[in-house]
Design a protein around this ligand. Sequence first.
Ligand code: BEZ
Ligand code: FE
Length: 305
Amino acid sequence: MATADPSPDDLTIDNLTSHVIKLSSNIENERLKFVFAKLIQYSHDFVRDTKLTTAEWEAAWQYLTAVGQDCTPDRQEMILLSDVLGISALVDAINNPTAPRATESSVLGPFHNHAHEFENGQSIASKGVIGEPMLIHGTVSDTQGKPLSGVAVDVWETNGNGFYDMQDPEKDGPDCRGIFHTDKDGKFALVGVRAVDYPIPHDGSVGVLLRLLNRSNVRPAHVHFVLQHPDCVRLTTALYSNDSVNVALDPVFGVKKSLIKQFTWSEDGEVAKKYSIDMLERADPGGKRTVGFWVLEHDFVLMRK
Ligand code: BEZ
Ligand code: FE
């Protein structure tokens, strides 16, 4: 325990911070000592810089109490708060520096969950799922361009209404998520649904904050991926649709230029047959009726350990 100064100076706006740091420093864990000294310093500087009023301080702790009370085993409002404040994206950027040519990372989000293993080419979407069919395929290689076989490619996305299976009270098992393995040429392929823009949970305290700050709650359409191989650094990332008007407004700051992709329209009946895709009829931008399916293709690059 820290020893008390026998004749302490009166604590003032100017000397309180160093006193709190001193009393919190009598520990052996150097990292903990360092992190807490910074936390105390920056939070005190924040209070001094903003001349925080008593009413504002009360509003802040009442808000943090409400965020805590919103948390349940299925709902992590604390993580969501970190996400919308950009802290999760900052931690991600600091801890996942990307080597030249390697695929960049993106936020994991709260909807990663247990998934079944599938064979390449199978569909992760249940029969009758809401959404337009999308073939998701590509390769995985290392930064030298060598294809990597046996990479576990864990994929998850919402259905065409913008809901993850975990958010759907009707669903009691995984849907629109699955784990695939790259073949000997580093290739993977699966069938899902065309990702759509969707709102992050906004019926709790984080929603209150987003409205207070006049911020969007809509994430641009995306598909999540976690790629793992014993010789490589695990990659958590996502691919975003360049069609989305929300790429620049992402409430959780996960979008990076290199992760923005075009979802293309294919009318290739042979490919549809190969992957058992139920082709969809739609009007193209010129109004002509076409039958086809969406395609998202990406070649991932992992860093070796
Ligand atoms: C998501 O993309 O699934 C997500 C990420 C951060 C917060 C909420 C949702
Ligand atoms: Fe998501």
